[in-house]
Design a protein around this ligand. Structure first.
Ligand SMILES: Nc1nc2c(ncn2[C@@H]2O[C@H](COP(=O)(O)OP(=O)(O)OP(=O)(O)O)[C@@H](O)[C@H]2O)c(=O)[nH]1
Ligand SMILES: [Mg+2]
Ligand SMILES: [Zn+2]
Length: 377
């Protein structure tokens, strides 16, 4: 059930100078006798702090997010395809696209402006100027999100994508080398955000598949779909396409692993920009620079995203980390201390299971990294 409540919000200052200053100067020049009034300034100044608050009616959604109530009749529903700085490109349900600014009030309500609106959001938009035909609009309301990929970025929450079903974790076997701990961080982020993970090991043409069997076996045992693939040779692409069909999927991984290349292989007419051979040694550069929501012609949606260097979980306490390692579960109740953190304690059944190779030591090290909050390279 959603209920309405009134809240007072502080509005951000949007103008440094008091309005109408220019008009006054003009009046003065025109010498209409009001110049003396202008000196006192009182009459024309902005009202100062008193005007910086406004009471708004909010709807409290089930998941605790709060958004201002809007006049639904004046709005149309759409989906955010991409965000460029302050402007978001929204496609409405009837197929029109608009460039949208975000209503100031929404920003005032949000704790972090960066994630007020993100790729994949379902929004309600209103024409920027009433009755004027234009492709500019204002985002009035953001629907509560489900299925999110979130990370911490400079100690703030960064919602990379909203309203997707699954996370395709894209790793390359070489160039750049596989980072197993990054897989485990992504798996934790998927669980945290309510996404089904699919692990794609790309550039299979450059690696020996036999050497990969232990890694593939480990994740398969954890119940995760693993796809060995190559955007270059087309190996595994049919399987990947079947995973994407009819679902909304975000592609994420380091820069250069082949996210855009795989999407081009799945549907060639997407023609997404990929790193050219001459740029391959230029490591600092991301080829994809913004996230975008793309409709697939065989059914489903994908979000291609820029590469990430690290996946730092947002808002996850150390004691929650064991929950992201399902293979620990049978051992946790056997630890000597009920609040065992599985790090330094005596009589820890998890550590014992690692020693007996019932838990992969790689996974245990990923756990330690997450528990201690350190970024591994
Ligand atoms: N050998 C080989 N090269 C590949 C494969 N897939 C992609 N590449 C190459 O890897 C480079 C990077 O590919 P992109 O698709 O641009 O990588 P990306 O993950 O989208 O990178 P960002 O957009 O920067 O995050 C390009 O030169 C591709 O040609 C593959 O399966 N095998
Ligand atoms: Mg790319
Ligand atoms: Zn323990």
């Amino acid at each position: 059930m959603s209920k309405k409540k009134k809240v007072r919000v502080e509005l951000r200052k949007n103008r440094e100078k008091p309005p109408r200053e220019n008009d006054l100067t003009r009046d003065f020049k025109e010498g209409d006798g009001r110049a003396d009034d202008a000196h006192s300034g009182e009459r024309v100044r902005a009202k100062g702090n008193l005007s910086r608050y406004r009471t708004v009616v909010q709807t409290d959604a089930d998941d605790g997010t709060s958004m201002p109530a809007t006049n639904a009749a004046a709005c149309v529903r759409g989906r955010v395809l991409r965000v460029h700085g302050l402007a978001s490109v929204v496609e409405t349900d009837d197929g029109r696209t608009f460039r949208c600014a975000v209503r100031r009030l929404l920003k005032s309500l949000a704790t972090d402006e960066r994630s007020v609106v993100t790729t994949g959001d379902v929004v309600w938009i209103r024409a920027a100027r009433e009755g004027v035909e234009s492709d500019e609009a204002i985002i009035e309301r953001v629907e509560p999100r489900h299925g999110v990929l979130t990370r911490a970025s400079r100690r703030r929450e960064h919602v990379l994508v909203a309203n997707v079903d699954q996370l395709a974790i894209i790793m390359s076997l070489v160039e750049p080398n596989l980072k197993p701990h990054l897989i485990d961080r992504y798996l934790a982020a998927a669980q945290q955000g309510g996404l089904k993970p699919v692990l794609c090991l790309n550039k299979a043409d450059l690696a020996d598949p036999v050497e990969l069997q232990p890694l593939i076996g480990l994740y398969a045992q954890l119940g995760i779909t693993v796809i060995l693939c190559s955007a270059r040779t087309g190996y595994g692409i049919d399987r990947l396409r079947e995973q994407l069909r009819g679902r909304a999927t975000v592609f994420s991984g380091q820069s250069g692993v082949g996210k855009s290349s795989l999407l081009n292989a799945v549907q060639p007419d997407l023609a997404l920009a990929v790193k050219s051979v001459s740029e391959v040694n230029n490591k600092g550069r991301h080829t994809t620079t913004y996230s975008q929501l793309i409709k697939l012609n065989f059914g489903g949606w994908v979000v291609d995203t820029p590469g990430v260097r690290q996946m730092q979980l947002w808002d996850a306490r150390p004691e929650e980390m064991e929950g992201y390692f399902p293979e620990f579960r049978p051992f946790v109740p056997l630890c000597s201390f009920p609040d065992c953190t599985h790090t330094h304690e005596k009589g820890c059944a998890v550590k014992d299971a690692v020693a007996r190779r019932l838990i992969a030591s790689r996974r245990y090290h990923s756990y330690l990294g997450l528990f201690n909050g350190v970024e591994e390279e």
